[in-house]
Write a new protein. Structure first.
Lengths: 91, 181
């Protein structure tokens, strides 16, 4: 019966991974016709002295990967309507 | 003189590597969505353990050395066929299929840790293919871990020996007639 333990662990790993993925949805909730174009966010970040590496759409937000004016790597979620930062993932 | 009830097979450093890797990979898996420093440090630990295992595979004791257990793909498939038929040759060290899994896990973990580290560099910050490769390698390694566990359970069953306990104690039942040393 000692064999059961790692199998149980593995299954719970998979289950937890699934739960974590499901949780991550919808950080922002803005109707499609109220989105500002991505160029507006690019302009805003460039004006702050950021170097944009990649911008994509994730959890209903713009997700920006950039190097900020201090040379720090940043991963920031922006509200697509107000272009205000919503949350930031630590590097 | 009575025959010994068990013989030493796995050295202490090999066993510490194995369970250290289990702990580090599990930690990295559970902290995957945080992207915090815990995930990074777990990843660096995995990378360090990989480097250590490669070194130990060259200069370590006989049973830890790659040359002592890595076999041709033909030998691997022949052993898997034996297992499926319900009669496998008992190896005191790694059997050919287990050895192939070790190599697959080492390569998978190397890709996993390299892509993870790359995704934290300025050059590859936010680059899609690096992140996708990292996720793919993570799922691949988890799948390999599952197959590894199945293989260990099957081989334990066929050889009537708890191989997981052997990786804790480092000891196995003494070899008999047809066993491969």
């Amino acid at each position: 019966m000692t064999h059961l333990k790692p199998v149980t662990l593995l299954l719970s790993m998979i289950a937890m991974a699934g739960a974590a993925t499901a949780q991550a949805s919808d950080r922002c909730d803005v109707p499609e016709d109220q989105w500002q174009p991505q160029q507006a966010l690019e302009q805003q970040l460039t004006d702050q002295g950021w170097t944009i590496k990649n911008i994509k759409v994730d959890s209903g937000c713009y997700e920006a990967y950039a190097i900020d004016a201090d040379g720090k790597r940043r991963e920031v979620y922006f509200d697509p309507q107000s272009l205000e930062p919503v949350s930031e993932d630590e590097d | 003189m009575a025959k010994p009830s068990s013989v030493k097979v796995w050295d202490l450093w090999l066993r510490l590597f194995h369970w250290g890797l289990v702990a580090a990979f599990a930690t990295a898996w559970f902290s995957a969505d945080e992207w915090g420093s815990l995930h990074h440090w777990a990843g660096y630990t995995v990378a360090g353990l990989l480097a250590w295992r490669c070194l130990w595979g060259i200069v370590g004791p006989q049973r830890a050395r790659f040359t002592s257990f890595v076999r041709s793909p033909f030998a691997v498939f022949a052993h898997l066929r034996e297992m499926l038929s319900g009669k496998e040759t008992r190896y005191l060290g790694h059997n050919p299929a287990g050895a192939a899994m070790i190599i697959a896990l080492l390569i998978g973990l190397a890709v996993l840790t390299c892509s993870g580290w790359l995704s934290t560099t300025d050059r590859f910050w936010g680059v899609d293919w690096v992140q996708q490769l990292h996720v793919l390698a993570g799922n691949l390694v988890l799948t390999l871990v599952g197959l590894h566990l199945l293989g260990v359970i099957a081989s334990s069953w066929l050889s009537r020996e708890n191989l997981m306990r052997a990786m804790v104690t480092g000891r196995k039942r003494p070899p008999t007639g047809n066993d491969q040393l």
